[in-house]
Design a protein around this ligand. Structure first.
Ligand code: SF4
Length: 338
């Protein structure tokens, strides 16, 4: 369970039910709480990249989301649903490392009802087309759920909407509060999984593979749509054996659900120069494979590029996952392997 060291409140957040509840419950738990003067987040200590990172991750900020457009979220969804930003996990390769500055604190919004009212407007504008909302574009929302109940509220809200769908992804297992909700088959919950070696070495602060799979079983048995993101796939020595073992374990634990249409997305490891520099700053001893000469460079949209595995390795990886997923989960759908 994620327990922040300190919780900072924007003053306005306290006038919302959720903000006031969070303030009361963290105070009762003895967690340091502080009411911010104005908008600026202050009071996070640290004197090195590592301590700033760690103190940032231990800080929760409760704010009010200002009215404003939702960000688009192509190609997997239409819009990001702003519930939480930041994450309690400390994965070395995380895409958020270059997004949230030196102190990557976690933000939750107290005005959930207003956010859902905005959501409704987007649905109305696009109907009769279905609008898909992504709840984990800049976060892993699960560790905060037991405090806020925001996902549960959103799932039930979307469940009543004919022209909307909701999806999010997690590396955590505290999903019991989502069981038994009226989701109406409109929400897809995806679990990000990897080999035990990758999880233990790089995905600090998350839960192990078996806990994620057990949680996914509860999700599918509760009628939700289920998906897995396998990634980042790291092609270390013996990768095939360990990824195959992971897929077999998945199949073993999900026995009885083979005929369900489980979705798979597979993403190979990649990095940018900015990400590499940031990772080395926070995790100076990282063993993530980030040798540019061993990769192929792919130009990106905004002048920066990514280092991907070489084409031959990617082809081998694609074939491996395509064949093994289809043979172990014949009713599944592989959305993409990149
Ligand atoms: Fe980043 Fe996901 Fe790890 Fe959180 S769980 S640190 S969002 S990769």
């Amino acid at each position: 369970m994620y327990v922040p060291k300190r919780v900072l409140f924007e003053e306005k957040a306290l006038s919302y039910e959720l903000g006031a509840e969070l303030y009361k419950s963290f105070k009762e738990k003895g967690v340091v709480t502080h009411i911010l003067k104005g908008n600026r987040v202050s009071g996070i200590p640290g004197d090195s990249p590592q301590s700033l990172y760690s103190e940032g991750k231990s800080t929760l900020v409760v704010r009010v989301r200002k009215k404003g457009e939702f960000q688009t979220c192509k190609p997997s969804a239409h819009y990001q649903l702003p519930l939480v930003s930041g994450c309690a996990g400390k994965c070395e390769y995380c895409y958020l490392n270059t997004r949230f500055g030196n102190k990557p604190y976690i933000t939750v919004y107290a005005n959930i009802d207003e956010i859902l009212e905005e959501t409704k407007k987007y649905i109305e504008e696009r109907k009769p087309q279905v609008t898909i909302f992504e709840g984990a574009a800049t976060s892993d929302p699960i560790p905060l759920e037991e405090y806020t109940g925001m996902l549960a509220k959103t799932i039930e809200f979307i469940g009543k909407e004919e022209y909307a769908k909701f999806r999010f992804v997690t590396k955590f297992d505290t999903i019991d509060s989502l069981l038994g909700l009226n989701h109406n088959g409109k929400t897809t919950i995806r679990f990000s999984i990897n080999t035990e070696r990758v999880i233990k070495t790089y995905e600090h602060g998350t839960v192990d593979l078996y806990k994620r799979i057990e949680a996914s079983k509860k999700i599918i048995s509760n009628g939700y749509n289920l998906g897995f993101i396998i990634g980042p796939v790291i092609l270390y020595e013996g990768w095939k054996k360990e990824y195959l073992f992971m897929l077999h374990e998945l199949r073993k634990i999900l026995k009885g659900y083979e005929s369900e249409k489980i979705h798979f997305e597979v993403i190979s490891h990649r990095f940018t120069t900015a990400a590499k520099n940031k990772i080395i700053e926070i995790f100076p001893k990282t063993t993530l494979p980030m040798v540019e000469e061993e990769r192929k460079f792919k130009y990106g949209q905004f002048g920066y590029g990514k280092y991907l595995y070489k084409q031959e390795e990617l082809n081998e990886m694609k074939e491996f996952f395509q064949n093994n997923i289809s043979s172990l989960f014949p009713s599944s759908e592989v959305d993409y392997i990149i």
